[in-house]
Design a protein around this ligand. Structure first.
Ligand SMILES: C[S@@+](CC[C@H](N)C(=O)[O-])C[C@H]1O[C@@H](n2cnc3c(N)ncnc32)[C@H](O)[C@@H]1O
Length: 213
């Protein structure tokens, strides 16, 4: 087994700027109370999201996959003073922890939660976005791309998490499970998209950054 990737990830995590106290508390509470806490973005990726958001200063952000709200709060750090994040999650049990930390963070008024299936909620949205963070059901990434593309402003940024899928997308892994295939197809669709320019960043589980041309 090749441990260098895990070692690199640990090093990146260790040498990234520390989280705010609120984010550290949220991460700890997520680890204790929520299923699959590995889903939470964490410090290095959270900083990355925060920095991208601070560069863009978005007025409107769409997040697909809120979970406990960690990435929502990282992105909120860069919002325009009148900016808003629409964040969607199908799991209503997560609202309690989200609400607790959204309130503590001072960003409460800038976050609008939607509870339900994102594939049904997104088509009802009538405004467009400067930044979109895609981090929900991986099998539907390609479907999400189809429905969010028209909502992304020209020059807007699409970030997509888990594009390396624990390395399973690599040819050498010879992995043919359905989710891996669908993620690989999505990655190909992003790379070949005529109106998106994409770079894949091997941060954590892989995050793609795409700009709408
Ligand atoms: C990887 S977690 C999101 C992590 C979060 N963005 C973060 O970085 O802390 C994925 C979330 O997507 C939600 N989800 C999965 N499928 C969904 C769907 N079809 N519609 C809405 N939410 C969905 C799950 O309930 C889960 O909370």
């Amino acid at each position: 087994m090749d441990f260098s990737y895990l070692e690199t990830s640990d090093y990146i995590e260790m040498r990234s700027t520390n989280e705010t106290a609120i984010l550290a508390d949220l991460r700890r509470e997520t680890e204790i109370k929520c299923l699959n806490p590995i889903m939470l973005s964490g410090k290095a990726q959270g900083n990355f999201l925060s920095i991208i958001s601070k560069i863009i200063k978005p007025k409107n952000v769409l997040e697909i996959g809120t979970y406990s709200g960690y990435s929502t709060l990282c992105i909120a750090e860069g919002l325009d003073s009148n900016g808003m994040i629409d964040t969607i999650d199908k799991n209503e049990e997560l609202l309690e922890i989200q609400n607790k930390y959204f309130k503590k963070s001072g960003f409460r008024e800038q976050i609008k939660q939607h509870t339900g299936n994102a594939l049904e909620i997104i088509p009802k949205i009538t405004y467009s976005f400067d930044m979109i963070f895609l981090d929900a059901d991986k099998e539907n990434y390609s479907n999400y791309l189809d429905i969010v593309y028209p909502l992304l402003k020209k020059g807007g940024i699409l970030l997509t998490d888990n594009v390396l899928w624990h390395g399973k997308v690599l040819k050498s892994k010879n992995n043919h499970d359905k989710t891996t295939k669908l993620i690989d197809e999505f990655n190909k669709k992003l790379a070949l998209h005529k109106s998106l320019k994409t770079a894949m960043i091997p941060l954590r589980d892989g995050i793609s950054i795409s700009i709408k041309l």
